[in-house]
Ligand binder design. Structure first.
Ligand SMILES: Nc1ncnc2c1ncn2[C@@H]1O[C@H](COP(=O)(O)OP(=O)(O)OP(=O)(O)O)[C@@H](O)[C@H]1O
Ligand SMILES: [Mg+2]
Length: 408
């Protein structure tokens, strides 16, 4: 059964909370023939937004292709990803085009019709053949447009990973894309805001100035609260006073919002059958239907704010490995800055220098770096907080950082 509050994979268009303005901007850009670069931190709903946009364009006669560059390491893999995306069109002419291209270059079209597979033989394709394949694949929208005059929206998701396959591939891309005119419009989406900025705003890079920026921000809390209340009501569950503090705690982070809504929903379901996922050992798993011996009596079960706190603790337990991994990768300066921010201390003030034993200059430089990277903190630009304040991108990471000394 699909989850009532999906939090693991991109979600369907009708499950999106808000993002109307972003969808509108994407629509205008497509009809203007303008390319867009979409940047947002991990798990902010980039792919979900793009899939919704693609679906709405398909309904108005566009062809859409979604290429995922996540983790690509070679040009052959890049070719395979593009071919896979076109293979999904289930268009017999596109498929025969891909097959012909494949047989010329020694690539195999998967029997499921999904795309090209890269076997050991293909991995040894000469660089020259790979470049020819890439050129032809990149020009597919042009060939298709010549045939049927239908424009293609090409989405390059996890675009920053393209450069791991070759540091000059953005140049190769541009040398094709710039001649596509009415045949194609492009969206470049990436989860490293600083890298995305560099690719498109550095004069030295081939894609400089080639796409309009669109940045994803947290979801508006009032909309989240209304929408989640409606969804709980439709499911026949009453979250009571616990929902509002959970929405506040997740601070509009899309995936964290849905994760906590899921945990709350599961808890309400479990309670209905006399169980609970709370008050047991840390190793217990929420999806277990069995209340177990350690479950507190029904009267002792937390509600309202206490329930919200307990669910945040549970979410922290479930996600702590990822927080550990994030933390371990940080330099001591970045750790000091993030620890100060998580504890509500000025990250470059005297308390922060005392606590960390680092100089003010070192903390300032670390703060500049974490801000530029945009992975863990971002500057608050709107809302009631004074400009210049910082927010953690992931509110669970903020709690983890703040409590890390209290764990074993
Ligand atoms: N507008 C939204 N409304 C409700 N939930 C959302 C929304 N956007 C994203 N989510 C939640 O965030 C999760 C991740 O979404 P998605 O995979 O689209 O993000 P992403 O930015 O592409 O992530 P990644 O960086 O991993 O590629 C979804 O499973 C869903 O729970
Ligand atoms: Mg994604």
């Amino acid at each position: 059964m699909p989850r009532a509050f999906p939090f693991e994979t991109p979600i369907a268009a009708d499950a999106l909370i808000d993002r109307r303005e972003e969808l509108h901007r994407l629509h205008l850009a497509a009809t203007d023939g303008a390319h867009v670069r979409l940047a947002g931190p991990r798990r902010y709903g980039k792919t979900s937004l793009l899939l919704a946009h693609e679906r709405s364009l398909q309904q108005t006669g566009w062809r859409t292709v979604h290429v995922d560059f996540y983790g690509v390491t070679s040009l052959v893999e890049v070719c395979a990803r593009i071919a896979t995306a076109y293979g999904r069109l289930r268009d017999t002419k596109v498929r025969s085009h891909l097959t012909a291209l494949g047989s010329r270059l020694g690539l195999t079209l998967g029997t499921a019709g999904i795309g090209m597979t890269v076997g050991p033989r293909q991995a040894q394709l000469s660089q020259e053949s790979a470049l020819t394949a890439a050129a032809e694949l990149l020009d597919l929208p042009l060939r298709l447009f010549e045939r049927d005059r239908v424009s293609t929206l090409v989405v390059f998701d996890e675009f920053q990973d393209l450069l791991s396959a070759g540091s000059t591939l953005d140049g190769l891309l541009r040398s094709h894309v710039q001649y596509h005119g009415d045949a194609a419009t492009y969206i470049y989406a990436g989860s490293q805001p600083s890298m995305m900025r560099r690719l498109f705003t550095d004069r030295e890079r081939p894609l400089y100035g080639q796409a309009e920026p669109l940045e994803l921000f947290p979801l508006p809390l009032d909309e989240v609260l209304v929408e989640l209340s409606d969804r709980f009501a439709a499911l026949g569950r009453d979250p009571g006073e616990a929902l509002e503090p959970l929405v506040v705690a997740t601070a509009g982070h899309p995936q964290r919002t849905m994760l906590l809504a899921h945990l709350l929903h599961r808890e309400l379901e479990l309670r209905e059958s006399g169980g609970t996922a709370l008050g047991r050992s840390e190793s217990s798993h929420l999806d277990s239907q069995d209340a177990g011996d350690g479950a507190p009596a029904a009267d002792d079960r937390p509600d309202g704010l206490a329930l919200a706190d307990a669910l945040v603790d549970l979410a922290l337990t479930q996600t702590s490995e990822a927080h550990h991994a994030n933390w371990d990768q940080l330099s001591s300066g970045k750790k000091a800055v993030l620890a100060a921010l998580a504890d509500g201390i000025r990250p470059t003030g005297s308390r922060a220098t005392e606590r960390s034993g680092l100089t003010r200059g070192a903390l300032q430089s670390a703060l500049r770096d974490v801000a530029r990277e945009g992975q863990h903190v971002s500057r608050i630009v709107t809302g009631p907080a004074p400009a210049g304040h910082w927010r953690f991108v992931d509110p669970l990471f903020a709690s983890w950082v703040s409590r890390r000394g209290q764990r074993g």
